[in-house]
Design a protein. Structure first.
Length: 479
């Protein structure tokens, strides 16, 4: 089925010469890439209590509503999400009343059986055409048909091309086309719910031209207006990330023509100036947090300014050296996901910055020469910046060719006890361990600490606060 051929700002309309007596309205609300952000951020933005309130408001006004999610419900968010293996998000989605969702590339982090359990918790099907098991059978239902306001709507799910069974646009598009054609005579409209970005959706639309709407995800785009695929008339929508928006796509569908006649799209910001959050859901989440991880909201520091990632990794390296009792600690900027906002620093806000990539910490021994080679490699390969704590040093240009070299007080032959995030060890240390390098002898399975980067930072800042210190004063000593 084809939608309308032309976009005019937020409103799309096909001029027709007949009355709309047999048309039906359909309101599609959509989210994507929630990534564990079940609660609002420190500025009171985003989170599922806002989504819940907005959906309740729209349901009170409209009886023609579908609520869809474009995938990546899991990872990167709040401590309560991590501690419950993200089940609490699906419990919240059950309370909100989601219709269906796509499988994101992070959603199978705990395994496919766990994702099936979460699907049952949420009371919504996870749809995925391109995730197949070893026998070639779909792990999840590829599609479903839902009825809403007198319309039958096909919903077809896709995960990322890289995470699916059909790696190419051509192959994935062909499977999508076949599934849409199989359902075409049974429905009035076809919607693809996909964890795929706008650019790839355009290419898929050209391969599967009967798809009317792509509810997309993965690229975290905030599409304030639906994107139109001129060749097919398909509409592509996406609502940013972290439940900071809910997308609204308001359609008028003509079942006789099996297409949308009009479409209006927008994003609604999930913030206190736009939506009053669902207080019942807030109370439930607070109670669950207190029951499961009561320390999540503990204030371990205050800051009068935003703490940027380069400063966060300096705090993290000092915290790891202190927590491990090591001689030296490192933390690369790649480990951090976000800044710390101005105001209270909590265990939860630290986890939002340092969680996931900082989940595990390596405790090992490195010589001064190995440390020098590693830091030179990072600088010369332009692999970003790492902070360190426990020795004095700086990177200097070693020659006219622009090569960098560490100048420090390290003793090259001495062995040092070192703490370093496992993510950094595997992804950066490994890249520098060429066969003839002093790093080639590093252990493949180094000892792992029983705490994370976020744990170390939380404990360290708590001690700084107890001693009467401030975050600003701490950073001044780390410069």
């Amino acid at each position: 089925m084809r939608t309308i051929p032309k976009v005019f700002a937020l409103f799309i309309c096909l001029c027709v010469s007949f009355a709309f007596a047999d048309t039906h309205s359909l309101l599609i609300l959509h989210t994507n890439d929630i990534h564990g952000h079940v609660k609002a951020d420190p500025l009171g933005q985003g989170g599922l209590p806002y989504v819940s309130a907005f959906v309740k408001e729209m349901r009170a006004q409209r009886g023609d509503l579908l609520l869809l999610d474009g995938g990546d419900v899991m990872r990167k968010g709040d401590l309560i999400a991590e501690k419950t293996e993200h089940r609490i998000l699906y419990e919240a989605m059950k309370k909100i009343g989601y219709t269906a969702g796509a499988m994101g590339n992070h959603d199978n982090f705990h395994g496919y059986d766990h994702l099936r359990e979460c699907s049952e918790i949420a009371g919504m099907p996870i749809l995925c055409l391109n995730s197949l098991d070893d026998t070639g059978s779909p792990r999840f239902a590829p599609s479903t048909i839902v009825e809403c306001n007198g319309l039958k709507v096909a919903l077809i799910g896709l995960t990322t091309l890289a995470g699916g069974a059909f790696k190419s646009i051509d192959k994935c598009g062909e499977q999508l086309r076949l599934e849409a054609e199989r359902l075409e005579n049974q429905v009035d409209l076809t919607v693809a719910v996909v964890h795929i970005g706008r650019k790839e959706c355009i290419l898929l639309s050209e391969k599967a031209p009967t798809i009317d709407v792509f509810v997309s995800g993965h690229t975290h785009e905030a599409l304030h207006e639906a994107a139109l695929v001129p060749e097919t008339g398909a509409l592509i929508v996406q609502a940013g990330q972290y439940a900071q928006y809910v997308g609204v796509l308001d359609l008028t569908v003509d079942p006789a023509q099996k297409k949308a006649i009009t479409a209006e799209s927008r994003l609604v910001s999930m913030d206190p100036e736009t939506v009053t959050p669902d207080q019942e859901m807030i109370a439930w989440l607070d109670a669950e947090e207190e029951r499961i991880f009561p320390g999540a909201g503990e204030i371990v520091g205050e800051t009068g300014q935003v703490i940027q990632i380069p400063d966060l990794v300096r705090i993290a390296s000092a915290a790891l050296q202190w927590k491990a009792g090591a001689d030296i600690a490192f933390c690369h900027t790649f480990v951090m996901r976000s800044n710390q906002r101005e105001g209270a620093i909590t265990a939860n806000s630290i986890f939002q910055s340092a969680g996931q990539r900082g989940d595990q910490v390596v405790l090992t021994e490195l010589s001064g020469e190995q440390i020098r080679v590693y830091l030179n490699c990072l600088s010369n390969a332009r692999q970003g910046k790492t902070a360190w704590y426990g020795f004095s040093g700086k990177m200097e240009k070693a020659d006219e060719a622009g090569k960098w070299n560490l100048v420090s007080d390290l003793e090259m032959a001495k062995n040092y006890q070192v703490a370093i995030p496992l993510y950094q060890w595997e992804n950066l240390m490994g890249e520098c361990a060429e066969p003839d390098s002093p790093l080639a002898t590093l252990p493949k399975t180094p000892p792992i600490a029983d705490y994370s980067v976020a744990d170390a930072m939380t404990d360290y800042l708590r001690e700084v606060k107890k001693s009467g210190g401030s975050v600003e004063a701490l950073l001044a000593t780390l410069n």
